[in-house]
Design a protein around this ligand. Sequence first.
Ligand code: FES
Ligand SMILES: [Fe+2]
Length: 359
Amino acid sequence: MNAIQPSAPSAVTGTFIRNAWYCALWAESLPADKPVGCTILNEPVVLFRRADGSAAAILDRCAHRFAPLSMGKIVGGDRLQCPYHGLEYDGSGACVRSPYGPTAPAGATLRSFPVQERHKILWVWMGERAADPALIPDFSILDDADPVSMTICDSILVRANYELIVDNLLDLSHTAFLHDGLLGSPEIAAGDIKLEQEGDRIIVSRFSRGAPMPGMFALTMPNAPALVDKWNWIRWMAPSTLLLRSGVCLTDSDPETGTGYYGIHILTPEDERNTRYFFTAVRFNMLTEGAENNQSINAEIARLRRFAFAEQDGPVIEAQQRLMDRAGGNLAPTLLPIDAGPVRYRRVLERLQAADRAG
Ligand code: FES
Ligand SMILES: [Fe+2]
C-alpha cells in the first residue's frame, strides 16, 4: 500500500482539461437523419451525420440569433439548417446557404470540433491544440464485443463535478456499504488494495477471498455458492474514463475459471456541477448458457448497474457535492487507506490540468 499524502483529495478543482477527447454520445445514438445536441465543458455542441455517414460536430448556437441547431434538420445530405430562419451550416461550421440572398452572410462561421467514431463512441476534441486520435482512451474491448455478452449502452446525468465520480469509481471499498448485497458487503470493506501507475494511468485492484456472493454476480454463475473469491481491477484514463474488470470464482480456484464483466465508465463534464455518465458492460468467460437466457441476464445486469449508479452512487455524490459547496471549499478530508487510488489520480490530474493550461 502506498502512503497517503494529506494534500488531496479535498474539493474539486473546477478545472477542465480541454485538450482531450470526450464522449459526446454513444455512436448508435446519432441517427443518419437527425442532429443531436449535447453539452461538453460548458459548450453547446451539435452532432450530425453527413450523407457518407461520417459525423460532424459544430457549436450548437446559430450565428444569427443563437437558436440551437440541434432543433433544426439535415438538408441536402451534408448541411444543418437552423430551425429559426433557415441558415444552413456545413460540418466545418461554415454558413454555406441563406434563404435571404445568393451568398451566405459574412462572418457566420461557427466553431467546429474534431470528431472520431471509435469503440462504439463518438469522441469530440474540445481543445485548441491539434486533435490527436492516439489520445482516445482505449475501450477496444467494445470493438468486437459479441452482442450476446454485452449490455445496453446507457447514460445518466449526475449533478456533481466529474472528479467526485472518478473518486467514487477508484475507491473500490464503497461497494461494501453503498452497494451492500448487490456488488459487495461490509465483510470485505477492509481488504488489501493494490495501487499501480502506468504512465498517467492509475490502476486500483483488490482481491477478496471467501466473500459473500454479490447479488449481481450470482446472476452470472450457475448454482452460485454463498461464498466466492471476488476481484476488482479498475483503470483510470485521463481525464475522465475508467475501465473496470470485475469477477468472481469458486473459493481457492484459479480466477480465470470464474466469470464477470468489463465495466465501461465514461464521464463527460457538461459543466462544473453536471456530468453525463455513460456506461455499459461486456461479460467475459460466460458460464451461463443459451442466447435467450444470457440476453435476459444481460438485461438484468444493465438494470442493476443503472440502479447502482443512479439510485445508490448518484444521490450520495450529489449530496456530497452540495455539502462541499456549502462549506465553500474549506474542508480538509480525513484520509483512509482506501483513498490511495483517488489521491494518486488527483495528483496526476492536477499535473495534466496544469500542462493543459500552460499549453
Ligand atoms: S437564429 Fe438561426 S437563422 Fe436565425
Ligand atoms: Fe458505486
